[in-house]
Structure formats: structure tokens, C-alpha cells
Ligand binder design. Structure first.
Ligand SMILES: [Mg+2]
Length: 241
């Protein structure tokens, strides 16, 4: 991509997978032709099976790296193998957490486990019966709790999220932070924007995310949705085709 290197770290649902068919094809084509200085990083709650499928069936370009499971796993795009130097720290952090957290979550109303398997996180759906105040019960367990899109609740190793894992990956690979543009649409992408890296909040974003990022100088709020919103943001940051 001209005229300057682009490291696009993007959420999938509602962001990289959103927008019109034409905009998606245009962006995917552009990123399929990326140069050595460019990189594509998926930052998603989706699993590898889903990502393999959309690459094979929907023309989605193969990413260089995948930060999956809401920031708790990292894979290299070439063969989707775990990026061990980062993952081993996360695994160590998570080791005893499920057995500490499960008995407490079982007592909280309004939570339904999401279908797994999950490696370094626990994920639930929450409904009207759920009272966020009950999460105080988890205080001593050294986990982070993330609620997003009005329905998802993730329990993550403390200090691990999409943003901190992205920063660790950039450091490990010695990739220049000034070339990075993040993109997302829900509150679980907040951690990306909180890093201080440049970011695009797409037009269809969850209102709570828009609210939280409104005053941040590193963030551009697109009017357009999904991939069109990514294009709009990239233009704002000086990337033109
Ligand atoms: Mg999303």
C-alpha cells in the first residue's frame, strides 16, 4: 500500500467484515497486495476455524498475525501456530484462574457459558437477570472482566486484553508503532484505542465505545460503517490508494 507503511490491526465482526460487498472486496484486494513494510493483524474474539473459513470462502486476505480470544492468544498467520513467547506468559497468568473463578461465577445469576473451548479466558452471555454489582465477588481472583455489546462477558487474565497483547506483539516483532492503525466497533476494542496508537472507530460502533473515545486525539470516528469506515479512517490518516 502506498504511500507509507500500514500496519492495520483490525477487529473482524462489524469492522473488517462489515460494510458493502464492494468496499470489502476493494479493501481485501488492497491488503492482499501489501508490501513487506505493511502488516495485517486480526484482533478478534473469533476462533481459528472461523478465520480459516473466511479466508478460504470469502476472499478475506490471510493476516500476518492473529490476536484471538479477546487478546488472550496470538497466532502467526502463515500456519496459524501459537506465538509462544507471548502466549506462555498469558498461560502462566491464567493457570489457576478457572478453578478460582468458576465456583464464584456459578453463583451469579443471568450468566450462560458461551460454547468453547477457550484457552486462556472464560466467556459468557449475560441477560437481564445479571447484576454487574455481583462481579465484586471476583475481586480477589486477579482477573479482568470485560462486558461488551450488551451481551458478552469475558473473564480474562489480569492485564491481558486486545491492546496490551497488540503492544507486546509489536515490541516482539520490532514493528514501528507509528505505522499502526487500529480499527474496531465494540467495547472490547476499547483496549486497542487506549494504547494511544492511531485508531478508527467505525460508524456502526456501539454508542458506549463512541462516547468513551470521543475526546481522544489519536482516534478518528468514521461516519461510514465497517470496511467503508476503515477506508474513511485511512484517508483521514493520510493513506490513499
Ligand atoms: Mg466487532
Amino acid at each position: 500500500m502506498v504511500p507509507k507503511p500500514l500496519i492495520l490491526a483490525t477487529d473482524l465482526d462489524g469492522t473488517f467484515l462489515g460494510g458493502s460487498k464492494e468496499a470489502k472486496e476493494r479493501l481485501y484486494r488492497l491488503l492482499s497486495r501489501r508490501s513487506k513494510e505493511d502488516a495485517l493483524i486480526f484482533v478478534t474474539g473469533r476462533d481459528l476455524g472461523f478465520i480459516r473459513r473466511i479466508i478460504q470462502e470469502d476472499g478475506v486476505p490471510r493476516p500476518d498475525y492473529i490476536i484471538g480470544d479477546v487478546g488472550t492468544s496470538v497466532f502467526e498467520g502463515k500456519d496459524f501456530s501459537p506465538y509462544l513467547s507471548i502466549e506462555s506468559d498469558i498461560a502462566r497468568n491464567w493457570q489457576d484462574k478457572p478453578e478460582r473463578v468458576h465456583p464464584i461465577l456459578n453463583r451469579i445469576r443471568g450468566l450462560t457459558p458461551q460454547p468453547g473451548p477457550f484457552r486462556h479466558r472464560l466467556s459468557y452471555y449475560y441477560d437481564k437477570a445479571f447484576d454487574p454489582g455481583t462481579l465484586d465477588l471476583l475481586k480477589e481472583t486477579e482477573v479482568d472482566v470485560l462486558m461488551s455489546a450488551g451481551v458478552y462477558l469475558d473473564i480474562l487474565p489480569k492485564g491481558v486484553n486486545k491492546g496490551t497483547t497488540l503492544l507486546r506483539l509489536l515490541n516482539a516483532l520490532s514493528l514501528p508503532k507509528e505505522a499502526v492503525v487500529c480499527a474496531g466497533d465494540t467495547l472490547n476494542d476499547w483496549a486497542l484505542f487506549e494504547t494511544g496508537l492511531r485508531g478508527i472507530v467505525v460508524g456502526n460502533a456501539e454508542p458506549a465505545l463512541v462516547q468513551k473515545t470521543r475526546a481522544m486525539p489519536n482516534i478518528y470516528h468514521s461516519v461510514a460503517h465497517g470496511t467503508e469506515g476503515i477506508f474513511e479512517g485511512l484517508n483521514h490518516f493520510g493513506y490513499e490508494e
